[in-house]
Design a protein around this ligand. Structure first.
Ligand code: PLP
Length: 274
């Protein structure tokens, strides 16, 4: 379908090339085509491998069939806290672009470097590193791109980085008590509505029902969701004392939460656009 539209398609593997060739044996190509690269700097199962010659063979095959190659795409993964991964991968990509320029005279229209930039949320549980500002990614990316022999249109596809901060998750306290010197709070929501909690701690604050932030009587606390699971824990740490009907607000929830929410006991949270 997309091959018959004026759109940009990055072919990911040999099967997609074969499908394209079958399509072109019957109809003309309207789309602009490129390939997705698989670079050794980061493990991924997507794209044509750069190291073992797969990517170059894919391009040779397309050219042999008179199909112009107009774009190269990379998407290294998601939540990449190490900006040097971009530098290493783009350096290899730039060398590849130079090679296909020299060998086949290819001048790309587009270079699409994908997404993967971390958001401003807290670091995932398993990482003991520090996050870097987006500028340090861009600096490294642009210093590699300066080595290109010409200037294709650059596309970036940041998902998480752009949308995570845009959404907050608002829940209400339905019960709180103190057990063994620890405040236990139950909210009217569940970890399944914020599935990213499994991989990273949440940024959480408490408010009165009329939205005054609560900051008093900081106490070791566990915030539980209201599903039947004992592991339905959304936060552990110091927290102000709260009472039923107070609000608990989770920040930086806009990426990969709502769309990964299972339909288990709770429905997907309603979303309001402001
Ligand atoms: C090809 C591609 N580009 C961009 C993205 C967005 O990634 P992120 O949200 O990590 O920036 C994805 C996400 O899987 C993707 O597959």
């Amino acid at each position: 379908f997309l091959l018959s539209r004026p759109t940009l398609i990055h072919l990911d593997n040999q099967t997609e090339i074969n499908q394209t060739l079958t399509y072109l044996s019957k109809q003309p190509l309207k789309a602009t085509l490129g390939i997705r690269l698989n670079v050794p700097a980061y493990h991924s199962h997507f794209g044509f491998n750069l190291e073992n010659g797969q990517a170059k063979s894919a391009i040779a095959l397309l050219l042999d069939k008179n199909i112009p190659v107009s774009s190269i795409h990379l998407h290294l993964g998601t939540n990449l806290y190490d900006p040097t991964l971009y530098a290493k991968s783009i350096s290899l990509t730039v060398n590849f672009i130079k090679e296909i320029y020299t060998d086949y005279g290819i001048i790309l229209k587009y270079l699409d470097l994908g997404g993967g930039f971390p958001s401003h949320g807290l670091l995932p549980h398993h990482l003991h590193t520090q996050s870097h500002p987006i500028e340090s990614y861009l600096k490294l990316i642009f210093s590699e791109l300066q080595k290109l022999p010409y200037t294709p249109t650059l596309t970036l596809e940041p998902g998480r980085y752009l949308v995570d901060d845009a959404a907050i998750f608002v829940s209400k306290v339905i019960h709180s008590n103190i057990k063994d010197h620890r405040q236990q709070i139950i909210i009217d929501s569940t970890i399944n509505q914020l599935p990213l909690t499994w991989t990273r701690p949440n940024i959480v604050a408490a408010f009165s029902p009329n939205l005054i932030q609560l900051k008093q009587t900081i106490t070791p606390t566990t915030i539980y969701g209201a599903s039947c699971q004992e592991i339905d824990i959304l936060y552990q740490g110091n927290f102000p004392k709260v009472s039923p009907n107070d609000l608990i607000i989770f920040y930086c929830c806009g990426a990969y939460n709502q769309n990964m929410t299972p339909d288990f006991i709770f429905k997907r949270p309603k979303t309001y656009f402001l």
